[in-house]
Write a protein that binds this ligand. Structure first.
Ligand SMILES: [Zn+2]
Length: 71
């Protein structure tokens, strides 16, 4: 019996200064590595989707360390 369950997958988030984390697309919990199944909700993510989150973090850094530009 399947009732239109969401397709489970790990979303691999990479960070600039932290280890990667793997987020269950079903329950949203994050883990340091992709398990065979999610310990939180029991979903079995079949694949890992890459989410280059560090790009956003890099942009944050740009804002934080904004160089003064000549104008
Ligand atoms: Zn889960």
């Amino acid at each position: 019996m399947s009732r239109g369950s969401k397709k489970a997958q790990w979303i691999r988030k990479t960070h600039l200064f932290r280890a990667d984390e793997y987020i269950c697309s079903v329950c949203g919990r994050s883990y340091p590595k992709p398990y065979d199944f999610c310990p939180g909700c029991g979903a079995r993510p079949g694949k890992v989707k890459y989410d280059p989150h560090w790009v956003a973090e890099m942009e944050m850094m740009d804002i934080l360390f904004d160089d003064d530009e000549d104008f």
